[in-house]
Design a protein. Structure first.
Length: 387
C-alpha cells in the first residue's frame, strides 16, 4: 500500500485532481481550509471552456451541472469607438457550445458529492496549511486544525490552494507583474435577452465582459485602480447609466445591478512549478488577467494532466526528478500560451495610442473573415495546447 497523494486545497482544481485520481484507484488525502459546504452558496461566476466540460463529463460530474450551467453559443468581440468586430460561433466549429457559465458554489458542491461516493477518500476540513517543505525523500505540509498544529508527509504533495500565499517554498520562485488595474465583478439585468451571447469589449479603460448567466449577465469591468474605485463608489442608478455609456446598446438598457466586488489584477507564475516531491497547480501556480477567461480552465487542465502523469508513473517514482520534469514539460506550452495570450490582449487593447486604435479595429474585422485563424483560436480557447 503506497502513501496517499496529499492535496492542499479542496476547491474545484484540487477536487478535480482528487476525483480523477480516485477514478484511477489512487489513494488521496485532501486538506481544505474551509468548513464542509462553506462555498456551496458562492455565486461567483466561473467561465468554463468546452474542454473543461469534457473533463467533468469524463468524471461523471457534468450531468449534475448541466441544468445549472448557461451555455455560451456565441462570443461577440468588439472595440469601443471602432466598427471592427468579430463573432465566434459554436455551430461554425462543430461544438455544442463555446463555453459555459456556472457558479463556483454549484461546481464545488457537485465535485464534493462525487468524491463522497468513494468511501475511502479522506478530506480533512478546516485544516489551514501554514508551511510546506519539499525534501529529497518526501514533502511535508504543516497545518492547523481545531487550534492544534499537525503535519503530514507524502512522496507526492500537490498544492492547489487557489493562490493563497504560504510564503517562500524552497527551490521555487514567484514572478509577478502587477497591472495597476482592478476588476469589478457583479451581476446585471438587461433590457434584452442574452441569447447565449458573451460579449468581450475592449476599451481604453480596459476590457469589459458580459457573460450570460441564467437569465441575466455576469459583468467583469476592468480598468485602472483609480477609475474602478470611482465606478465602485457610484450609486446603482449612476453605475448603470455609466455602464451603458461605456458598453453601448447591444443588450439594451441595464436595469439593475447586484452586489459589486473588486480585486486587483496581476500576472503571476511560479518558476519552476515543482520541487522534490511537490507540484503546484492552478491559480497557486499561475494567475492570469481574466480577459478571454483562460485562468480557471488552465488550472483544471493542470489537475487532469497531473492525474494522468501520476497514474502512468510507478508509485516508488512519484515526486522524483523524472516525473517532475515530465509534468513540467507536459504543461509548459499550455501555461505559457495562456499567460502570453492574456498579457498580449491587455497590452494591445488597453491603450488609446493614435493610429493603433484603427489598426486594432481592422484586425478584428479581418479576424471575422479568416476562418482558419478563427478555428485555431476556438480550439486553443477550448482545449489549450492540445487543441
Amino acid at each position: 500500500m503506497t502513501d496517499p497523494v496529499i492535496i492542499v486545497g479542496g476547491g474545484p482544481v484540487g477536487a478535480t485532481l482528487a476525483l480523477t485520481l480516485k477514478h484511477k484507484a489512487i489513494a488521496v488525502t485532501m486538506l481544505e481550509a474551509r468548513a464542509k459546504g462553506a462555498t456551496y452558496q458562492d455565486q461567483r461566476a466561473l467561465a468554463l471552456s468546452y474542454g473543461s466540460r469534457a473533463i467533468l463529463e469524463k468524471l461523471g460530474v457534468w450531468a449534475k451541472l448541466d441544468a445549472q450551467a448557461t451555455a455560451i453559443n456565441t462570443i461577440h468581440i468588439s472595440q469601443r469607438g471602432s466598427f471592427g468586430r468579430s463573432l465566434l460561433k459554436a455551430q461554425d466549429h462543430d461544438l455544442p457550445a463555446l463555453g459555459y457559465v456556472l457558479s463556483y458554489g454549484a461546481l464545488t458542491k457537485a465535485l464534493d458529492e462525487a468524491l463522497a461516493e468513494f468511501n475511502d477518500v479522506k478530506v480533512i476540513y478546516e485544516a489551514e496549511a501554514t508551511h510546506i517543505e519539499p525534501a529529497l525523500d518526501a514533502a511535508t505540509v504543516r497545518f492547523d486544525q481545531a487550534s492544534t498544529s499537525q503535519h503530514l508527509s507524502s512522496s507526492l504533495l500537490v498544492l492547489a490552494d487557489g493562490g493563497r500565499s504560504l510564503g517562500d517554498i524552497s527551490g521555487i520562485q514567484r514572478e509577478t507583474k502587477m497591472y495597476g488595474h482592478d476588476a469589478l465583478v457583479t451581476k446585471v439585468k438587461c433590457e434584452l435577452p442574452h441569447d447565449n451571447i458573451a460579449y468581450e469589449r475592449f476599451t481604453p479603460m480596459g476590457p469589459v465582459a458580459l457573460l450570460p448567466n441564467g437569465k441575466d449577465f455576469s459583468l467583469v469591468w476592468t480598468g485602472k485602480q483609480a477609475e474602478v474605485a470611482q465606478v465602485m463608489a457610484l450609486d446603482d442608478a449612476e453605475f448603470l447609466s455609466q455602464l451603458h455609456r461605456h458598453f453601448g446598446d447591444r443588450v439594451g438598457r441595464f436595469l439593475s445591478v447586484g452586489k459589486r466586488l473588486t480585486f486587483p489584477l496581476k500576472l503571476s507564475y511560479l518558476n519552476p512549478v515543482t520541487a522534490p516531491h511537490l507540484v503546484v497547480i492552478g491559480n497557486a501556480a499561475q494567475t492570469m488577467h481574466p480577459v478571454a477567461g483562460q485562468g480557471f480552465n488552465v488550472g483544471l487542465r493542470d489537475a487532469y494532466e497531473l492525474a494522468q502523469q501520476i497514474a502512468h508513473t510507478a508509485p516508488e517514482a512519484w515526486g522524483q526528478n523524472a516525473m517532475m520534469r515530465a509534468y513540467q514539460q507536459d504543461r509548459k506550452t499550455d501555461t505559457k500560451r495562456g499567460l502570453m495570450f492574456t498579457d498580449f490582449l491587455v497590452n494591445l487593447f488597453s491603450n488609446d495610442i493614435v493610429g493603433v486604435s484603427s489598426l486594432r479595429g481592422m484586425s478584428l474585422g479581418m479576424l471575422d473573415l479568416l476562418k482558419p485563424v478563427k478555428s485555431r483560436l476556438v480550439r486553443k480557447m477550448s482545449f489549450g495546447s492540445r487543441g
